[in-house]
Design a protein. Structure first.
Length: 315
């Protein structure tokens, strides 16, 4: 099996894990819209999502060892593709025709991108000055995007996508530098860039949690598009990665990017009515918010034997 195929396979599994984490984060954000960071740290559900994110990130790191950023990062769009049926399942509904159309367009666009981006395994890394410059520019951009103001969900989602994309680019530098055996394992380059990776990964996670307070579709779509865009800019401008096929390959990549973006937009526009959560559902049990959430605020519901009489019941 070629290195690119290994990277693709690992990226697919990573996307599914990221999707499960996104659904868990959205469920937590929708039920606790005003929860602060300290309250999240005490939430078992939030730590479930952190564990899923960590597992996905580990698979992503290994994928970056075998494939270039221009291959691995676009596959992150599959996170949205996987999250759609997961979210539909938890909401107790079927996937709509529009969602299937968006999924098909996203997959078709990703296929076109992979044809042009399937280059050799990465062997170039960011130098310490380059990594610091990228980190500084990214921190400034995140500060602008996450400032107080209107539409915080989409802006925080953009900041989260940029943070995650830059973290992936820096992760590739750590992975390649630590495994090429050309220097000490714990060199200044490896340790310093690893600290930057941890900072941007944690920042991206917290920013996405804030973004999901407004729902899953739109913010996750923005994260999905911003992530590979940020990583591709670094890969093409600083790491010497190139698209295959010359001018025709560039046109195919742009066409694929357009199709994938159209598919993501279609997926993000689907806003089905919320269905009552079923804490007994096997998937919902994994993504459950709090062990004590069954004793949350009371709601008025009709008794089965007397539709006209209202009483209190927990949800």
């Amino acid at each position: 099996m070629s290195a690119v195929l290994v990277a693709v396979a690992l990226s697919l599994v990573s996307a599914v894990a990221y999707a499960a984490a996104a659904v868990a984060q959205e469920r937590l954000a929708s039920r606790s819209p005003g929860a602060g960071t300290l309250r999240l740290l005490g939430s078992g559900a939030w730590w479930w999502s952190v564990g899923l994110n960590a597992a996905a990130a580990l698979l992503h790191v290994v994928a970056l060892k075998y494939g270039p950023l221009t291959v691995v990062q676009p596959l992150g769009a599959l996170t949205l593709v996987a999250a759609v049926p997961m979210g539909a399942r938890l909401a107790g509904r079927r996937v709509s025709t529009v969602e299937w159309r968006g999924t098909a367009l996203t997959l078709l666009g990703l296929g076109a991108i992979l044809v042009t981006a399937s280059g050799p395994a990465p062997d170039d890394v960011l130098s310490v000055p380059e990594a610091l410059a990228v980190a500084g520019a990214t921190a400034a951009l995140i500060g602008v995007l996450s400032r107080p103001g209107a539409r915080p969900g989409l802006r925080h989602a953009s900041a989260s996508g940029v943070a995650s994309g830059v973290a992936s680019a820096l992760t590739q530098t750590v992975t390649v530098a630590a495994t090429d055996r050309s220097g000490p394992l714990l060199s200044v380059q490896v340790v310093g860039v690893a600290l930057l990776v941890a900072a941007f990964a944690a920042g991206g996670l917290l920013l996405s949690q804030t973004a999901y307070r407004g729902g899953l579709g739109g913010p996750l779509a923005v994260v999905t598009l911003a992530n590979p865009l940020a990583a591709a800019v670094i890969g093409l401008s600083l790491l010497g990665e190139r698209l295959q096929g010359g001018p025709a390959g560039v046109l195919l990549a742009f066409a694929g990017g357009g199709l994938a973006s159209w598919g993501v937009v279609l997926l993000s526009r689907v806003t089905p009515a919320a269905a009552p959560a079923d804490d007994d559902h096997p998937v919902a049990a994994v993504l459950a918010l709090e062990p004590g959430s069954a004793t949350a605020e009371p709601a008025l519901v009709p008794r089965p034997h007397d539709p006209g009489h209202l009483t209190t019941a927990t949800r």
